[in-house]
Design a protein around this ligand. Structure first.
Ligand SMILES: [Zn+2]
Ligand SMILES: [Zn+2]
Length: 356
C-alpha cells in the first residue's frame, strides 16, 4: 500500500500530490490511517508562509521553523494501523482523535502542562507532517483521544476549532454564567465558540460579525443576539446589549478593527481574549490598562487537559452542532480556496477514501 499526501512544496503554490511508502512507526510512534481531516483557516497562513503583523509587515513562518515540503492538516481522526515497538495505550483498529499541539515535553512550558505553547513546537500539520494524507504518524499515544460514538468527520474539528474555542472560553469562565459573553467573528472557530459557550453554561452569547449569513448561523447555534460588526456604532450596541459594557469579549478574528472593537466594548475590569490570527496591529493608550483595569490577553489552541475536558463535555452534553460539509481528500485545494474566498459557513472536513 502507498501513502498519498497533499504537500505545500513552495509557499502559496498549489499543493502537490505526493506518493510514498507508508511509513513504519518507530519508538513510541503510532501510525494512523486518516479517516477525517478538518480544513482550518490557519492553514491559509501556513500555506502562504506568513502572518500579517500590521503596517505591511509579515511574520515569516519558514524563518520560524516551518519546513517545506509540508503536509498540512491538524484536525484529524484516524484508525490505528501500526504501533512502534515502544508504543502502548492503543491497539490496531482503535479510532482516535489526534491532539496536534505537540511539544518537546521537557521545556518549562511543557512541564507546566501547556504543551501547546512549547518553546520548540512540533505541531502536526504545522511543524511536522499532518493529515491531508492517507496516513499520519503520531509521536506518542498520549496525543490520542477516544471519540466514543462520534463520527470521525464530526469529531475532527474538535482538535483545533473545538479546543481553541473551549480554551478561550475557559479564560473567561468566571463571568460566563452570569454575564453576557461577546464573541467577535462567527467563522468555524467562532461558531464552535457559540455552541460551546452554551454547553459551558453561558446564559447570554452575543455575536458580532460583518457577514449576515454567519450571524444567522450563530443565532441558529444558540447565540442570543447578533450584531453587525461593521455598523459604525457596533461597540455601543455591544455595550448596550451587555447592560453597560462587556465583562468578556473573545475575538476570533484578530484583525486591527476587531481588537479595537473588543477593547471599546468592555466595561471597566473587563477582559479581551484574542484568538484569531487574521493579523494587524493595535495602538492602545497605556493609561487604559490601569484606568480601565482591563485585561488584554491571547489564547492559542489548547492543552492536553483542555482536550480531555472538551471531550468529556461533548460526551456529557452532545456535539456542538456546527455545520459540517465533507469532501474527499483530493478536494483539499478547492476546499482551501473556498475558505479563502469566505464561502464556508462552519467547517469543511476531508474524508479519505480507500483508493490508496
Ligand atoms: Zn486550526
Ligand atoms: Zn516544550
Amino acid at each position: 500500500m502507498r501513502m498519498r499526501s497533499y504537500q505545500v512544496c513552495r509557499c502559496g503554490a498549489p499543493l502537490q500530490l505526493v506518493e510514498a511508502e507508508v511509513p513504519v512507526p518507530t519508538g513510541s510512534q503510532v501510525l494512523l490511517k486518516v479517516l477525517a481531516s478538518g480544513v482550518c483557516h490557519s492553514d491559509l497562513h501556513i500555506w502562504d508562509g506568513y502572518y500579517e503583523t500590521g503596517g505591511g509587515n509579515r511574520l515569516d513562518l519558514v524563518q520560524r521553523g516551518i519546513k517545506l515540503p509540508l503536509t498540512m492538516g491538524h484536525e484529524n481522526v484516524g484508525e490505528v494501523v501500526a504501533l512502534g515497538p515502544d508504543a502502548g495505550g492503543v491497539k490496531v483498529g482503535d479510532v482516535r482523535l489526534v491532539n496536534p499541539w505537540i511539544g518537546c515535553g521537557v521545556c518549562k512550558v511543557c512541564r507546566r502542562g501547556d504543551e501547546n505553547l512549547c518553546l520548540t513546537p512540533r505541531n502536526l500539520g504545522v511543524f511536522s507532517q499532518g493529515g491531508y494524507a492517507t496516513h499520519l504518524l503520531v509521536p506518542h499515544a498520549r496525543h490520542l483521544f477516544g471519540i466514543g460514538k462520534l463520527a470521525p468527520h464530526d469529531a475532527a474539528p474538535l482538535a483545533c476549532s473545538g479546543v481553541t474555542a473551549f480554551s478561550a472560553l475557559k479564560k473567561v469562565q468566571a463571568t460566563l454564567r452570569d454575564e453576557p459573553v461577546v464573541l467577535i467573528g462567527a467563522g468555524g472557530v467562532g461558531l464552535m465558540g457559540v455552541a460551546l459557550a452554551r454547553k459551558m453554561g453561558a446564559a447570554e452569547v452575543i455575536v458580532a460579525d460583518i457577514d449576515a449569513a454567519k450571524r444567522e448561523a450563530a443565532l441558529a447555534l444558540g447565540a442570543t443576539r447578533a450584531i453587525d460588526a461593521a455598523a459604525p456604532d457596533a461597540a455601543k450596541q455591544i455595550q448596550a446589549a451587555c447592560g453597560g459594557g462587556a465583562w468578556a469579549v473573545i475575538d476570533f478574528v484578530g484583525a486591527s478593527q476587531t481588537v479595537n472593537l473588543a477593547v471599546a466594548s468592555i466595561v471597566k475590569g473587563g477582559t479581551v481574549v484574542v484568538v484569531g490570527l487574521f493579523g494587524g496591529e493595535v495602538t492602545l493608550p497605556t493609561p487604559f490598562l490601569p484606568l480601565r483595569a482591563m485585561t488584554l490577553r491571547g489564547s492559542y489552541v489548547g492543552s492536553l487537559d483542555d482536550m480531555a475536558e472538551l471531550l468529556a463535555l461533548v460526551e456529557r452534553s452532545g456535539l456542538p452542532q456546527v455545520p459540517i460539509r465533507t469532501r474527499g481528500l483530493d478536494d483539499v485545494s478547492a476546499a482551501l480556496g473556498d475558505l479563502r474566498a469566505g464561502k464556508v459557513v462552519g467547517r469543511v472536513v476531508l474524508t479519505t477514501t480507500d483508493k490508496a
